[in-house]
Design a protein. Sequence first.
Length: 203
Amino acid sequence: MLETSERRSRMTAPERHAQVVRAAVQAFAAGGYAGATTEDVARLAGVSQPYVIRIFGTKQALFLAAVEHACDRIEDRFRAAAARDPSLHELGESFHELLGQRELLLTLLHGYAASDDPTIGPVVRRRFGGVYDLVRELSGSDAPAAADFLAKGMLLTVLAAMQVIATDGSGTEPWAVEVLNSLHGDEPDHEEPARVRPHISTE
C-alpha cells in the first residue's frame, strides 16, 4: 500500500486522486493495459476497487490518467531544465534523471503499444506530439534536431525498460556500453563503461 489508512483519512480529494494515479503507474507498468486490473491499482493504493471506479469510471480512463501523468513528468522536467538553460543538452540531462524511474517509462511504452485502441491512440499521439512541440519551443531547435533528440530519448527509454542501464548510468551489457558510447559520439571503450550521467534519480 502507498499510504496508511490513518494518512488516507486526512488526505484531500486531489491527494487521493494523485495517490491512485501513482498506483496505476505501478500496476500498468507491471501488467500493461490488458494485464493490469482496477483491483491491482486499488490494492497498491490501499483503497477499495469500487472507490477506484468511482473516481475514474473505467480501467481505460485510469490507464489514460497514468499515461498523462508520465507525460506530465517529462514535460515538467523539460520546462525546469529550459529555465536553467534552453538547450537540447540541458533538456537531455533532465530526461536522464527519469531513466531510473522505470515504471514511468514502462507506462509510456504500454501506452504506445495500446495505440490501436480508438480512445487511447489519440491521447498517446497527442501527448507524444506535444513533447515534440515543447522540445522545439523550449530549445528553438529545428525539426531534424528535435527528431534526433526524441529518437535518442526513445532509445534510452527502451534500454532502461530492458534494464541494461545500471543505476549509475553505465551499460550492463557489452553491446549496451557501445550503444551508450555511440550516443555520446565516443569510440567504444570496453575498459571504462559508458555512463549516461554520474547518477540517475530513483525518486
